[in-house]
Design a protein around this ligand. Structure first.
Ligand SMILES: [Zn+2]
Length: 254
């Protein structure tokens, strides 16, 4: 029952709500994973056809996302490769995609934490690991190229994917092997995410989050959608029993 005295309370609540920083919302963007994927498919089709509309790049959009906060509907992990600019290839603008980029689109400690900002803190219903053709990082591992500095610890994450691709396709070498390794590396990143991120596992299990792989062709500009990890159910069970283990490099990271 509404009382007259509830008005000041409502006003107080309203003032309080307006004072809360709106940089994040656990309520999420209010679209389903399938709707989010459809948005990406339509944007990529425009881009690949050479007819992008560059939505949500205006000053008004910048002001709105500043004052109202960000409500991205997808978290995307992609490679740092300069030919894989995520917002451009999906024809998207400000406040739409929570992007994590790292050479070889690997999931190590910092990447898993960044992804958790997107899928948990900002509650995006969709998470995409976006690999790409002719990936230099994957090629370096496939060809056993000499790497220096911090790169060996980075490409460590790609080695299991190349080994899996070689085991599955022992006859392949060169570019065809790299193509298979790029796909295996997408599944490797998803597996590493499910292994190290309990909150991601929980959200996938209860249907709040869909995690899918996708492959960007740098020649055609088209994204091929690969779906969920083929062994997702088994991985969820396995890693839930084992519990989240810090990444193998966490011990040495200072
Ligand atoms: Zn790459």
């Amino acid at each position: 029952m509404m009382k007259k005295t509830s008005l000041p309370l409502a006003l107080t609540m309203l003032l309080l709500l307006n004072s809360i920083p709106l940089q994040a919302s656990s309520a999420g963007p209010g679209v389903s994973a399938d709707e989010a994927m459809q948005q990406l498919k339509e944007g990529n089709a425009r881009y690949a056809a050479g007819a992008p509309t560059h939505p949500n790049c205006t000053q008004d959009r910048r002001r709105a996302t500043t004052t109202e906060g960000q409500h991205p509907y997808v978290t995307i992990l992609s490679c740092s490769d300069s030919r894989v600019p995520v917002e451009i290839l999906f024809d998207k603008g400000l406040g739409e995609i929570f992007v994590v980029r790292v050479a070889g689109n690997v999931v190590d400690t910092d990447e898993a934490g960044s992804i958790e900002y997107g899928v948990d803190h900002l509650a995006t219903p969709l998470m995409v690991v976006l690999g790409h053709t002719r990936c230099g990082a994957v090629t370096a591992v496939a060809q056993n190229a000499a790497v220096h500095g911090n790169i060996p610890r980075l490409v460590d994450n790609i080695k299991p994917a190349v080994a899996a691709a070689k085991a599955k396709h022992p006859d392949l070498a060169g570019e065809p092997l790299v193509e298979e390794a790029v796909k295996a590396n997408i599944w490797q990143a998803i597996s590493d995410l499910l292994r190290t991120s309990e909150v991601t596992r929980e959200r996938v299990k209860d249907g709040r989050l869909k995690v899918v792989g996708a492959l960007y062709d740098i020649d055609s500009g088209k994204v091929e959608w690969l779906g969920s990890h083929p062994d997702q159910d088994q991985l969820l069970k396995k890693y839930s029993v084992e519990g989240s283990k810090p990444h193998h490099k966490a011990k040495t990271k200072k």
